[in-house]
Design a protein around this ligand. Structure first.
Ligand SMILES: C[S@@+](CC[C@H](N)C(=O)[O-])C[C@H]1O[C@@H](n2cnc3c(N)ncnc32)[C@H](O)[C@@H]1O
Length: 244
């Protein structure tokens, strides 16, 4: 299937395909799953994530959302990729959509901003957050390497996601794959272990243990097959001292 897609792209040309997608997309704008199909992102086709995105992000639809997605797609191709960025751009009609990829990408379209960098580089991510954040939504669909997922989350979640905003981690099945730094259930350093710790952060302020174990401001953690939605809470709310 992948090679058939590559052949079609080769014959028709990337820019022509993108023009056709943009022509068809307005008719699909109200339905995220349909929009994802038009732009050919695997968020619907391969994974069925779009109904979950609608569940959690529909409330942001008509707001001036600032969204960052790690992983633009197309890998080494300069002219291919951006399917999900276009999907978000059309879904959030007032949104500004930022995409980060380790590979060079040439996308010159309204309300889409492309950044080149490595998601495992905390210094780079913090600077990106300072310049272009705070974000209402951050989506990690990049390397899927467990250490990278954790590094990106630590760099962005507390300081660069707005209260009530969402940090989404896709393709978490790599938590169980050796080649991505994963392992059996409970393996340290994985994305799943991060998410399990974040569940503690939701309620940690009720623990009367030693000071200095500050909780991250997490309002809620929603875990589904392969994908998690972490909602940020208010720092002030999370800083309420534990009941003694
Ligand atoms: C699965 S694709 C993204 C697909 C896209 N989000 C979509 O839904 O259409 C993953 C992308 O992550 C990029 N990537 C891989 N390692 C990365 C890293 N360390 N930092 C940033 N991007 C990375 C790859 O170049 C690739 O384009």
């Amino acid at each position: 299937m992948a090679s058939l897609r590559a052949k079609i792209r080769h014959v028709i040309g990337d820019q022509r395909i993108i023009r056709v997608q943009r022509f068809v997309a307005p008719a699909a704008r109200r339905n995220l799953s349909l929009l994802a199909r038009v732009y050919d992102t695997d968020k619907q086709r391969g994974h069925g994530y779009t109904t979950l995105y609608e569940r959690h992000l529909a409330a942001f639809r008509d707001r001036p959302v600032n969204l960052l997605e790690i992983g633009i797609g197309g890998y080494d191709s300069v002219t291919w990729g951006g399917s999900s960025l276009r999907t978000w751009r059309d879904y959030f009609q007032f949104g500004e959509i930022h995409g980060l990829d380790i590979a060079e990408k040439r996308i010159d379209e309204p309300r889409i901003h492309v950044h080149r960098g490595d998601q495992s580089d905390q210094v780079y991510l913090r600077e990106l957050g300072r310049r272009h954040g705070p974000f209402d939504v951050v989506i990690d669909d990049g390397s899927h390497v467990n250490a990278h997922i954790r590094t990106s989350f630590e760099a962005l979640f507390v300081d660069h996601v707005r209260p009530s905003g969402f940090y989404v981690i896709e393709d978490m099945s790599t938590a169980y794959l050796d080649e991505y730094g994963g392992g059996p259930p409970g393996h340290p350093g994985t994305s799943m272990r991060l998410v399990q710790d974040l569940c503690d952060d939701v309620n940690r302020r009720h623990w009367a243990g030693p000071a200095g174990r500050a909780a991250r401001p997490v309002r809620a953690v929603h875990v589904y097959e392969k994908i998690a939605f972490v909602q940020r809470g208010d720092v002030e709310v999370c800083a309420v001292p534990a009941i003694q």
